[in-house]
Design a binder for this molecule. Structure first.
Ligand SMILES: *Cc1c(COP(=O)(O)O)cnc(C)c1O
Length: 339
């Protein structure tokens, strides 16, 4: 038995999803003629109470398009120092948008209005113009931590008062909503742009959607073309996304329950020194031995995981980790490592 806990991106399409893909109605999306893509974009926008959406190959692209839409060269954005947009998008903030990043130290990546307010630059030729705040929800390096709607409301009010745009990197937004019970439609009220990923916990093979106002999405289409992300009969992929939104959101609570089971076991292991609070499908924990050694030991038992620091390991639960695999992983954690 293999248990792949490296990422929720490792999932393969289910038979139902493949069937939906095979029977998708497609056309040339650069001409706006792909029925499945149009349906996905409208559906995702509707879920979040946004006007429009644009389907892209990756979450990196939807984030980078959002940043491009909401900034001008010489501007600055504010985000947490662990943010995906800063750490894992290849320096795209500078490269694509000629924008600098003001990095804050949130609590497990969660920022508050109080933290952001003093970091907004006054209007002065010395300073880059602060034009955008980017929040990640859930926070990957925060161990899957979630914003409360109240925190978002306060940040949105601050942004509005200061004339800043607010973008959400919602690669795992459905995990956050599953945890908090907040309504997706409420998010549309507070964010100017939302990026959602279909290829993480939702289990689609490819794809993300950027959601915003009709006007912003019109410009986003130009940007996507310039980034090389204009696709043709990609409705086969959009169909997987539609299927994922219909069938794979409700089940995220299973991944969260599995994460709790593994976290409880890790808490009993004497080789684990610290576990970040487990709120969703991610578990981030620190180990006595270097992570590389622990990963080798786990790999010897066919458990794959990844490290996010010299002594930090991340487990990610997803729809291809079934209950019997969780049971097996518990046994391995117990047996081999002398808990
Ligand atoms: C995975 C991820 C993305 C997007 O990644 P892609 O691989 O480009 O789709 C964005 N933000 C976060 C927090 C992620 O975990």
């Amino acid at each position: 038995m293999t248990v792949d806990l490296r990422s929720d991106t490792v999932t393969k399409p289910t038979p139902g999803m493949l069937e939906a893909m095979f029977s998708a109605k497609v056309g040339d999306d650069v001409f706006g003629e792909d029925e499945s893509i149009n349906e996905l974009e409208a559906k995702a926008a509707g879920i979040f109470g946004m006007e429009a959406g644009i389907f892209c190959p990756s979450g990196t692209m939807t984030n980078q398009i959002g940043i491009k839409c909401f900034t001008q060269p010489l501007d600055e954005l504010i985000t947490d120092q662990t943010a995906h947009v800063y750490r894992y998008e290849g320096g795209g903030i500078a490269f694509n948008s000629s924008v600098s990043a003001r990095l804050l130290y949130g609590e497990r990546g969660i920022l508050t209005a109080e933290m952001i307010a003093p970091e907004i630059n006054p209007i002065n030729d010395h300073y880059p113009r602060t034009s955008l705040v980017v929040l990640e929800n859930t926070v990957n390096r925060g161990g899957g931590s979630c914003y409360t709607l109240e925190q978002i409301k306060q940040i949105a009010a601050l942004c509005k008062a200061k004339g800043l745009k607010l973008h959400m990197d919602g690669a795992r937004i459905f995990n956050a909503l599953t945890r908090t019970g907040d309504k997706a439609a409420d998010y549309g009220k507070y964010f100017d742009g939302i990026s959602i990923c279909l290829s993480k916990g939702l289990g689609a093979p490819v794809g993300s959607v950027f959601l915003a106002s009709r006007e912003t999405i019109k410009y986003a289409r130009r940007v996507r073309k310039a980034f090389g992300g204009g696709m043709r009969q990609a409705g086969f992929l959009a169909a997987a996304g539609i299927y994922a939104l219909d069938h794979h959101v409700e089940r995220l609570k299973i991944d969260h329950a599995h994460a709790q089971i593994l976290a409880e076991e890790l808490a009993k292991c004497n080789w684990v020194t610290n576990i970040l609070p487990v709120e969703t499908n991610l578990i981030s924990f620190d180990t006595v031995e270097p992570a590389s050694i622990v990963l080798q030991k786990l790999a010897a038992h066919a458990i794959k995981a990844s490290s996010t620091g010299p002594n930090r390991i991340r487990f990610v639960l997803h729809l291809d980790v079934h209950p019997e695999q969780v049971e097996y992983a518990v046994k391995v954690l117990r047996g081999v490592h002398g808990s």
